[in-house]
Design a protein around this ligand. Structure first.
Ligand code: NAP
Length: 245
């Protein structure tokens, strides 16, 4: 799928992978909308780029999502690409005192449930376009969890499963292609507590997304994700061990 002259919405587009993607896609002649909770950071990010609009939105807040969808319908009715990138994670050891319920609730809401709601509400706009796409950002951990981000890994495994069903369903009766972007460890704010400084740059992930898009490669395995996938196919146990050394 060609990714130029399109209107693209990127959740969590004010930082990290979302921002790198916004930058690359704006340079490729797309109109880009970025969302996030931190309005100041979002405006600052948009000001650095050409053809980028910032719309503050907490994807977990129903009213914010309603406003975002309304603004898209009114001002960006040519929206043809949705990148569900916003994410939350806690790095912690599972134990009796971890309060895993609260942490997992936030992760599953941000990474999975809110992604489903936003996708559903934008389907009518996306369905109107000749060619459209949804990109769900999951992770290398969909093939095997990393124990220190256990509940986050489970939320991304849910995104992987949902994305497969969504792709299958939308392929039957719409022009909407469904992609999954699976980054390995990436050097962003997000991964600071889990050795993110050893990760790949966010730009490499954005470039991987564009390359995958152009080849209609629906599961885009960036960097080490491709190796973990191969390992998973031959031995799930070895894939688990590789991610938990
Ligand atoms: N970094 C890695 O190693 C890595 C690896 C694999 C996958 N990923 C995935 O890549 C995606 C982007 O992460 P990143 O590494 O680029 O980290 P990041 O820079 O921290 O980006 C996360 C973004 O999500 C936004 N966000 C979080 N909660 C939100 C909410 N409730 N509503 C709206 N926006 C929200 C944040 O903006 P606000 O704070 O302004 O809301 C932020 O811009 C995530 O889905 C993450 O799971 C990351």
């Amino acid at each position: 799928m060609n990714i130029s002259n399109k209107t693209v919405l990127i959740t969590g587009g004010g930082s990290g992978i979302g921002f790198a993607t916004a930058k690359l896609l704006s340079e490729k002649g797309n109109k880009v909308i970025i969302t996030g909770r931190n309005s100041a950071r979002l405006q600052k990010a948009a000001a650095q780029l050409k053809n980028v609009t910032a719309i503050p939105c907490d994807i977990n807040a129903e009213a914010d999502v309603k406003n975002l969808v309304k603004e898209v319908q009114e001002k960006f009715s040519d929206l043809s690409v949705l990148v569900n990138n916003a994410g939350a994670a806690y790095a912690y050891q599972l134990s009796s005192e971890a309060d895993a319920f609260a942490k997992a609730s936030e992760e599953i809401t941000t990474n999975y449930l809110s992604l489903i709601r936003l996708t559903e509400q934008l389907l009518p706009v996306l369905s109107k376009q000749k060619e459209a796409a949804i990109v769900n950002v999951s992770s290398i951990v969909v093939f095997a969890p990393t124990a220190v981000i256990s509940t986050y890994s489970a939320s991304k495994a849910a995104v992987h499963s949902y994305t497969q069903s969504l792709r299958h369903t939308l392929a039957k009766n719409t022009q909407i292609k469904v992609f999954e972007l699976m980054p390995p460890l990436v050097n962003t704010e997000f991964s600071k507590g889990i050795g993110g400084e050893n990760g790949i740059p966010a730009l490499e992930v954005a470039e991987g997304l564009v390359a995958g898009f152009e080849k209609d490669e629906y599961e885009i395995q960036v960097g080490a994700t491709a190796q973990i996938y191969q390992l998973f196919l031959s031995s799930p146990k070895d894939a688990f061990n590789a991610l938990n050394q």
